[in-house]
Write a protein that binds this ligand. Sequence first.
Ligand code: SF4
Ligand code: SF4
Length: 217
Amino acid sequence: MIRSITQQKSEEEILRLLEGLGRVFIIGCGTCVTLTHTGGEPEVEAMKEKLSDKGKLITGGVVLPVACDNLTGDALTKYGQQIAQADVLFIMTCAFGVQTVAKQLKKLVVPALDTLFIGKETALGQFNEICLQCGACILGETGGICPVTSCHKGLVNGPCGGTNNGKCEIDSAKDCAWTLIYYRLKDLGTLDTMRRFQQPRNHQGEPKPGKLVISAS
Ligand code: SF4
Ligand code: SF4
């Protein structure tokens, strides 16, 4: 399952963002940030204590099941009084959750976390970015291994030449993505696809934000 990968902002930044805001309501989330230990029940409880120690009044807190859900506004109505008493909603979710709350409630929001990437837990407690949503997927020609995220230089037309015994020249602890792709294609008997030229990518000006409208017909 893919997850929104986050890390908690530094205490210094949190206190700067909350400067002048004495009453705080804290919101966590039961999905991605619970898995990454950045905004689940224990982290929300720890944050309540930390902010109380710094002189903030915690009017309340909740860990929503899925903060980025469209029903988040409804889920928060039962905390209406505690939220009304707060100067700010301090949100320990990824940026999707923060934006969802901001859209549904007329209240100042402050994020507690930085959203790093959309990733997958590839080993226990280890999260990796496996797709940048580049909009020009070439997995069909790379044996299902993404060079955009796996290669340190994001090369799409083969290795850089610095590969050392199958390891990446930038990080020797990491396998060279193109070595992995080579052996994968060799195993599959489709090594010829490595010869196919991939068009240069525009790294400067992809139009943002991404948008897709699915026609009803
Ligand atoms: S090439 Fe890589 S980054 Fe681009 S869409 Fe495919 S998996 Fe994602
Ligand atoms: S050594 Fe391999 S993974 Fe590292 S930058 Fe070069 S091609 Fe990419």
